[in-house]
Design a protein around this ligand. Structure first.
Ligand code: SAM
Length: 152
């Protein structure tokens, strides 16, 4: 599988994602903070997972993933969409990078993101062709599993 992880930070989830996809998969992790990318690369090297993890610096609008067009199976957007300047633009970029039928796990911390704000994020995702297929329970988080519909 090819996994896209916007806003990995220091890689709390990235190393586990890399273990899950295995040596035939890859995790493309993109962050706007050079220090986060440096630290993530160091941790990936220490865990001998650098060959699976492609850690990249991006701009706030999630540029620099054009080469992924139509190739992503799964996107983990954990505690990041509320930090972005434009959720609609973000979901448009993810839709372009994703295969038909690809999924996104969208999760936001309840402490930072109101239910109404999370609902707006879900609407932005729906506008770009992602429909809700599950509402997993994640402690102290709003969460939804979304799937890219074939029609968009
Ligand atoms: C709250 S942290 C979450 C880190 C990680 N996803 C986690 O849950 O442990 C948010 C991360 O998103 C990154 N970020 C903020 N705006 C971004 C953007 N426009 N594109 C990519 N990453 C961004 C920040 O630099 C930070 O590393």
């Amino acid at each position: 599988m090819t996994v896209l992880e916007p806003g990995p930070g220091m890689g709390f989830f990235t190393l586990e994602l890399a273990r899950l996809v295995g040596t035939s998969g890859r995790v493309v992790a993109v962050d706007i903070q050079p220090k986060a990318i440096e630290r993530l690369k160091r941790r990936a090297a220490e865990a001998r997972l650098l060959h699976v993890i492609d850690a990249r610096l991006t701009s706030p609008d999630l540029t620099g993933v054009d080469d992924l067009r139509g190739s992503v199976d799964f996107t983990l957007a954990f505690a990041v969409v509320h930090e972005l300047p434009d959720a609609r633009r973000f979901f448009a970029e993810v839709a372009a990078a994703s295969k038909p039928g690809a999924s996104i796990l969208l999760a936001e911390p309840k402490g930072h993101v109101k239910t109404s704000e999370f609902d707006s994020e879900l609407q932005a995702a729906a506008d770009k062709g992602f429909k809700i297929v599950d509402r997993p329970s994640i402690r102290r988080a709003h969460a939804a599993l979304l799937r890219k519909t074939l029609s968009n």
